[in-house]
Design a protein around this ligand. Structure first.
Ligand code: 13P
Ligand code: SF4
Length: 326
């Protein structure tokens, strides 16, 4: 067994039914599997809990199991470790990063925060533990609006790192914020022209857009929301066709929840690539999940001093979220 590559590199018997084996191992070891909606369908199907970033953080804070496998990207594993520092937390491939989290370097962010004393620092959950440690309140796309709106009207706010989410929250809350210039490579690449063509082709369809997408796409949307909000909207809507502008993994749950509705993935700008898939999320495979459960590796590690500093803004988010009903 070798974990030098960031995941367990060990031979797997090709005759095994990996889904059955994962479920067996999970029970045997008393482990729990969390999965984000952007994970591949097979992974979502073996998970104990599936959710958006907000739901997964809330669930993590209540787990009893000592071995937690987070099928998502690295910052999601860090969030679980920060909330459950005494537990063993696995992300089956530690290379599963996030271009948005990477667009906010902690050293640069610290310098920016220091240039603006007296500002409340709000960070999207898609950040490293080091950036969270510089933050007053963490938010997700599922609660950012309510949390920002709950602050006093004259509060001076820094919002990082996603410029599209930040500008969207600023526009709907009327708050002026200093917004960090970061973005997600998946959500920024959707083609407005191709989506406009698709809307002509499916005139009955509604367009669902994640707030990490650029403003021109947001302006075309029937609904802007976090992955969980988009799922909820699609399930409750009388409309039967939706064009979905977020990572395509979410279509699995949408189709499961609403088998009689049609979900059309928004096309990427470059039709030769699968750019509406998050390549980091898709690094987590059944094989890596199976091996990670077998060997209980690779573990997510966060320095104890960072855990203490980063836990406060996450707990603040959970507290505000509960108070604001989000
Ligand atoms: P959610 O907060 O909607 O789960 O989104 C997380 C994410 O990584 C979006 O790209
Ligand atoms: Fe990060 Fe974008 Fe992937 Fe979400 S879709 S995990 S923001 S790179």
């Amino acid at each position: 067994m070798n974990i030098e590559k960031g995941y367990v590199d060990a031979p797997v018997d090709p005759a095994l039914d990996l889904k059955e084996e994962i479920i067996r191992l999970k029970k045997e070891k008393g482990a729990v599997i969390l999965a984000h909606y952007y994970q591949e369908a097979d992974i979502q199907d073996v998970a104990d809990y599936i959710g958006d970033s907000l739901a997964l953080a809330k669930i993590a804070a209540t787990l009893k199991e000592n071995l937690i496998v987070m099928c998502g990207v690295h910052f999601m594993g860090e969030t679980v470790k920060i909330l459950c520092p005494d537990k063993r937390v696995i992300v089956p491939d530690l290379n599963a990063g996030c271009s948005l989290a990477d667009s906010c370097d902690a050293v640069e962010f610290e310098a920016f925060v220091k240039q603006h004393p007296g500002y409340t620092v709000i960070s999207y959950v898609n950040t490293s533990a080091a950036v969270k440690a510089l933050t007053d309140i963490v938010v997700t796309s599922g609660n950012a609006k309510e949390i920002v709106a709950s602050l006093p009207a004259d509060e001076k706010i820094i919002f990082g790192p996603d410029r599209n989410l930040g500008n969207y929250i600023s526009s709907i809350t009327g708050r002026t914020m200093l917004v960090w210039d970061g973005s997600c490579h998946v959500h920024e690449q959707f083609s407005v022209e191709k989506i406009a063509d698709l809307m002509k082709q499916y005139p009955q369809a509604e367009l669902l857009v994640h707030p990490e997408c650029k403003k021109p796409l947001q302006l075309m949307a029937h609904k802007i929301g976090s992955t969980a909000a988009l799922l909820d909207y699609a399930a409750k809507s009388p409309v039967r066709q939706f064009i979905v502008a977020t990572e395509s993994g979410i279509l699995h749950q949408m189709q499961k929840d609403c088998p009689d509705k049609e979900f059309i993935p928004a096309p990427p700008a470059d039709s030769t690539c699968a750019c509406n898939e998050c390549s980091y999320m898709k690094l987590i495979t059944l094989r890596k999940l199976y091996n990670s459960l077998r060997f209980e590796q690779p573990l997510v590690e966060v320095a104890p001093e960072l855990i203490d500093k980063a836990r406060r803004p996450i707990e603040k988010m959970l507290e505000l979220s509960a108070r604001l009903g989000k």
